[in-house]
Ligand binder design. Structure first.
Ligand code: AMP
Length: 251
């Protein structure tokens, strides 16, 4: 994860430019990652980005970064409050936030979207943005895991308060307890990884996100990935699935 990028264009939007444009190791991949909270999407996103040389675009990261700023528009303020309650932010606000950053979708390094889209309406909006940018999705990697294991994973997750890297108290412990291996920042339990919020998030997932999987399945772009095992094993499965796609493209 030494290859973490500044992602200025994604975090700041508007005319912001990244210092470090990704140069893919091979063809640029354009991917969406799907799966319920706690399935390990964030970890896979980091490992995949390192492996493919692409950029990690997480809508949750943008909202968490906004939480650290003080000057919020009323719409953003409402979004952050929804996030703190463990609810989904409205489709309208998330889509306008992504569309302000739609240049990232045609970045020469490709992209890996994590946490967006989360509803069928967001997926339709993403397809429109991709069409405007004249690029297509290579695949929607859908991570699948039984519920009991999801709860274990979520309650043990710790996130770096500075660089947002993700660790786990047992599955991926930092070298020094409470301290980020990458930047030395403090590791925290995100507010929305607390038990009350987890329950609300799982309900939101059931209600809102399943139709999204159906949307991608119907269009033949969804690639299921078994999310049991170590992060490295799951990464291997993901890369194998991408290799298979490269041989026989589905899109
Ligand atoms: P994540 O890091 O992807 O789990 O996102 C953290 C929180 O940010 C979510 O629980 C939502 O409140 C909000 N959020 C991030 N992305 C979206 C999205 N695509 N749609 C709605 N809410 C989102």
């Amino acid at each position: 994860m030494s290859e973490r990028r500044d992602r200025a264009a994604w975090f700041e939007g508007g005319d912001a430019k990244c210092d470090d444009i990704p140069s893919p190791k091979g063809r640029p991949y354009r991917l969406v990652l799907l799966g319920p909270p706690g399935v390990g999407k964030g970890t896979q996103a980091e490992l995949l980005c390192k492996s493919l040389g692409t950029c990690h675009l997480s809508t949750g990261d943008v909202f968490r970064a906004a939480q650290c700023q003080t000057d919020h528009s009323p719409a953003l303020q409402a979004a952050l409050e929804a996030m703190r309650r463990g609810e989904l932010v409205s489709d309208g606000l998330v889509v306008s936030m992504v569309s302000e950053r739609s240049g990232c979708l045609s970045c020469r390094g490709g992209f890996l979207l994590d946490g967006f889209p989360r509803t069928a309406a967001q997926a339709v909006a993403l397809d429109e943005l991709l069409e405007q940018q004249d690029v297509g999705l290579d695949a929607v990697l859908s991570y699948e895991l039984p519920l009991g294991e999801i709860v274990d994973r979520l309650s043990g997750r710790r996130t770096c308060s500075k660089c947002k890297a993700v660790f786990h108290v047992t599955a991926r412990p930092p070298q020094k307890e409470g301290v980020c291996d990458l930047c030395g920042g403090q590791l925290i339990q995100r507010e929305d990884d607390r038990p009350e919020s987890i329950r609300v998030r799982m309900r939101a997932y059931e209600e809102s996100t399943k139709p999204l999987a159906d949307y991608y399945q119907q269009s033949g772009r969804q690639v299921p990935i078994r999310a049991e095992g170590t992060p490295e094993t799951i990464l291997e499965r993901s890369l194998d699935a991408l290799q298979t796609l490269a041989v026989s493209p589905k899109v």
